[in-house]
Design a protein around this ligand. Structure first.
Ligand code: HPA
Length: 236
């Protein structure tokens, strides 16, 4: 039984799915970290894989960029494939000078101007959505165990990457407490809550809106390894 955007059959996908934005990143994760890998999706090249990490099962699939895209994939995974946990693993831009490039961040809430939550469920206009407490506790414990420092805080899920008014970020940071920006978590957290499922979001800082520094692809890879080790601890 496939869905409009995922061609897997029931049972092909693990209870826990890690979602990088880039489907080729999903392939790299499967190639690098997983054993006994099977590919469950190629529709639109949004690659998805299931495998084992240290003998425990986990899946990894691209989400695409932005809330409409992760909204579609997470909804189908939660409702049609019995997925319980989705962890977004991505990059973010720092809004705060307390964050350094390559820091690993665990989202405690996502602020957004997006109408995603309101349009999706029509319940009420909300600007913050939240990850699963339980997943966050597990991820935090794993980071501690691995001796990888993490920063916890509110992130901004933005619908727009290229803003004409560059300084807008300061208002969002100061008025809404967001320490970094990405483009997907708000919708993922909303879907999880509506469907009685769990979601979390781990990010590495790839650039800073404060200092205008940016990382190279190679440097990002190293930082990514820390985040992956934390996320892979959720394999069951
Ligand atoms: N904006 C939005 N998303 C991002 C950024 C950014 O500056 N950096 C990494 N993800």
């Amino acid at each position: 039984m496939s869905t409009p955007h995922i061609e897997a059959t029931q049972g092909d996908i693990a209870k826990t799915v890690l979602m990088p934005g880039d489907p080729l990143r999903a392939k790299t994760i499967a190639d690098t970290y997983l054993d006994n890998v099977t590919q469950f999706n190629t529709v639109r090249n949004m690659f998805g894989y299931t495998g084992t990490y240290k003998g425990k099962v986990i899946s990894v699939m691209g989400s695409g960029m932005g809330m409409p895209s992760i909204g579609i994939y997470s909804y189908e995974l939660y409702t049609k494939y019995d997925v319980e946990n989705i962890v977004r693993i991505g990059s973010c831009g720092a809004y705060s000078d307390t964050l350094n490039l390559y820091d690993v961040l665990l989202a405690e809430s996502a602020y957004s101007e997006s109408t995603y939550a309101y349009v999706q469920s029509g319940t009420y206009k909300q600007h913050y959505t939240y990850p699963s407490k339980h997943l966050n506790e597990r991820l935090e414990a794993a980071a501690h165990e691995l001796a990888i420092p993490i920063t916890k805080g509110t992130i901004h899920s933005s619908d727009v990457f290229y803003r004409e008014r560059f300084d807008d970020y300061k208002t969002i940071r100061d008025d809404h407490g967001a320490i970094a920006v990405e483009m997907e978590a708000f919708a993922l957290f909303h879907n999880a809550k509506q469907l009685g499922k769990n979601a979390a979001c781990l990010l590495t800082v790839s650039d800073s809106l404060v200092t205008k520094e940016a990382t190279s692809a190679k440097e990002r890879q190293n930082a990514f390894t820390n985040m992956m080790e934390i996320a892979l601890s959720l394999a069951e």
